[in-house]
Design a protein around this ligand. Structure first.
Ligand code: ADP
Ligand code: MN
Ligand code: MN
Ligand code: MN
Length: 356
């Protein structure tokens, strides 16, 4: 039975000659904040996404269109090496459009790109920390958890070393290499506080690249875990009770913040973000109220606060940044299931919000 891919057998076919044909996997975001993809053969190796033609799919099967008028157009925007097929094969992130050429309402990249272009001079950098949990699709419990009851309470799992503390190291290792091969700016990985919970980070990424690289890394995570027969959840509170939720801390800086005395610009951005707290929360992920309780290293969803080295704050200024008086800020509010285009977009928008 081949529910899980048979890696050894597949290898034989993947080593067959392709005769110059290149396989390009078109990847897009559906109407449920999930990824979809399908493949097209092209005749020359694309050097950029712009060289690839527009395509379409049936939006009535992805929560994005009615049956009678179901075509959704996809436009390639960010190109990566395909670690699964190898060789010259690629995968490409796409934006979605309605038949009339307007961005689909689930396409948040389009508006984000406009904001990033408008503030390109400020050279905005993002570092996104994606927390997630592996799930066993057979039991629908976190991967490695006992069939009955719970594993030992959290405490020994964060950056854990050794059997009984880490469930799925092979998967996170495979994902890390797959990201490097693809050309994703993955900056690190670590095991998280809850059992079977992990994190990867992308960054620093310039402007729109933050969202692009996060989605590309999520795509590879889903695909790698699929090979191992394991599912991934990015729900912000996958397990109720005394188990840490999952976030997507968003680290941000502009060129001004990175230069001498940049702390002034950091504090000015934080003050503007504070005024728009609820507007930020509105795009910081579904069910984030289950996570931002003021416990488990979070600030409460209804209050805004910030501080140096404070992991219970909405926004943290890392200790090193406080000391050096320049660097970046960490917005700890975004949930693990964010669309990063919405989050990076509003952070830049608020940072350059006119004073009042
Ligand atoms: P934490 O200590 O909160 O766990 P991590 O090390 O997991 O932080 O993630 C920090 C992220 O911030 C990394 O992706 C890193 O590349 C990114 N980063 C570092 N410097 C900057 C900067 N000046 N601007 C934006 N992001 C940055
Ligand atoms: Mn981290
Ligand atoms: Mn973390
Ligand atoms: Mn963090």
């Amino acid at each position: 039975m081949s529910v899980v891919s048979n890696a050894k057998l597949l290898e034989k076919y993947l080593s067959l000659e392709q005769h110059g044909a290149v396989q390009v996997e078109y990847v897009w975001i559906d109407g449920f904040n999930n990824l979809r993809s399908k493949t097209k053969t092209v005749t020359k190796v694309p050097q950029s996404a712009a060289e690839l033609s527009e395509w379409n799919y049936d939006g009535s099967s992805t929560g994005q269109a009615e049956g009678h008028d179901s075509d959704v157009l996809i436009q390639p925007v960010a190109l990566f090496n395909d670690p699964f097929r190898g060789g010259d094969n690629k995968f490409v992130l796409c934006e979605t459009f309605n038949p009339d050429g307007t961005p689909h309402k689930s396409n948040y990249r389009n508006a984000c790109k406009k904001i990033m272009d408008a503030h390109a001079d400020s050279k905005p950098w993002f570092g996104l920390e994606q927390e997630y949990m592996f799930m066993d699709p057979q039991t629908e419990k976190p991967y490695g958890w006992p069939k009955l009851g719970y594993p030992e309470p959290q405490g020994k799992y964060y950056c854990g070393v050794g059997a009984g503390k880490i469930f799925g190291r092979d998967i996170i290792e495979a994902h890390y290499r797959a990201c490097l091969y693809a050309g994703i700016k993955i900056s690190g990985i670590n095991a998280e506080v809850s059992a079977s919970q992990f994190e990867f980070q992308v960054g620093p990424c310039l402007g729109i690249e933050g969202g692009d690289h996060l989605w590309a890394a999520r795509y590879l995570l889903e695909r790698v875990a699929e090979d191992f027969g394991i599912a991934v959840t990015i729900h912000p509170k996958p397990i109720k009770g005394d188990w840490n939720g999952a976030g997507c801390h968003t680290n941000f800086s502009t060129e001004e913040m990175r230069q001498e005395g940049g702390i002034v610009a950091i504090e000015s951005a934080i003050k503007k973000m504070a005024k728009r707290h609820m507007e930020h929360i509105a795009v910081y992920g579904e069910d984030n109220d289950q996570r931002l309780t003021g416990r488990h290293e979070t600030g409460h969803i209804e209050t805004f606060n910030y501080g140096v080295a404070n992991r219970g704050a909405s926004i943290r200024i890392p200790r090193q940044v406080g000391k050096e008086g320049k660097g970046y800020l960490e917005d700890r509010r975004p949930a693990s299931n964010i669309d990063p285009y919405r989050v990076t977009g509003i952070i830049v928008e608020s940072t350059f919000w006119p004073e009042n």
